[in-house]
Design a protein around this ligand. Structure first.
Ligand code: MN3
Length: 241
């Protein structure tokens, strides 16, 4: 653990933010906004691949509707709510950490925008199940016994989320990895989250994410999804903590 603290402080000093570092509580997850790697702009960023790049796991029509309609709408409504509610912070991660002060519109759309920006990056073309390596794999094996056990537990969280929501792999305040799920567009950075932490990997289990291809078969979507998970990206997030 001490290595990680040192890494963070050194990083903050090197970017001229030692003053912020000095005031940091180690459990203050809003501080993750200080890391360029995990800063999420309020604008929708370009999809990092073509709409049909994740076929056959996720069909092109679903991706197009998901990115250009659903996610675009969260970004647009977030901007409206930010203007209407006089939000001062320019860091989305900071806003999420104090989201209980704002309206349901802001909560839903700040979460919706953040979650989707992360979700696109958690995937990559290839349709071949990969596996984490190095420190992330070691941490998964330590906290879940094995990579297979982790996948099973994550899949259960995603399957059993009633209605719409997300399944997450997070780094918790105890610095261990945990699997959680959140309802609607909530996420573990929010002050209202039952279990808070830093999201490493997120899976959208709203029907709009899979219904055209998988209909009511959410478990099939979940098990196919491992084929497009971008473990290199998840490893980078983990290394930044
Ligand atoms: Mn979605």
């Amino acid at each position: 653990m001490s290595n990680r603290i040192t890494t963070r402080r050194d990083f903050l000093k090197s970017t001229g933010k030692a003053g912020i570092a000095a005031g940091l509580s180690f459990s203050a997850f809003s501080s993750f906004a200080s890391f360029p790697l995990v800063q999420t702009p309020f604008e929708q960023t370009p999809l990092p691949y073509a709409y049909n790049a994740l076929e056959p796991t996720i069909d092109g029509q679903t991706m197009e509707l998901h990115y250009s309609k659903h996610a675009a709408s969260y970004a647009k409504s977030l901007k409206e709510a930010v203007a209407a509610e006089n939000v001062k912070t320019t860091k989305l991660e900071d806003l999420l950490s104090q989201v209980s002060k704002y309206s349901d519109k802001l909560r839903n759309n700040a979460g919706g925008h953040y979650n989707h920006e992360l979700f696109w990056k958690c995937m990559r073309p290839g349709n071949e199940a990969g596996k984490p390596t190095g420190k992330l794999l070691a941490a998964i094996e330590k906290d879940f016994n094995s990579f297979e056990a982790f996948k099973n537990q994550f899949g259960e969280a995603a399957k059993s989320r009633f209605g719409s929501g997300w399944a997450w792999l997070i780094s918790g305040k105890d610095r261990k990895l945990h699997i959680i799920s959140t309802p609607n567009q909530d996420n573990p950075l929010m002050d209202v989250a039952e279990t808070k932490g830093f999201p490493l990997l997120g899976l959208d289990v709203w029907e709009h994410a899979y219904y055209l291809k998988y209909q009511n078969k959410r478990p099939e979507y979940i098990s196919a999804w491992w084929n497009v998970v971008n473990w290199k990206f998840i490893e980078q997030r983990f290394a930044a903590l």
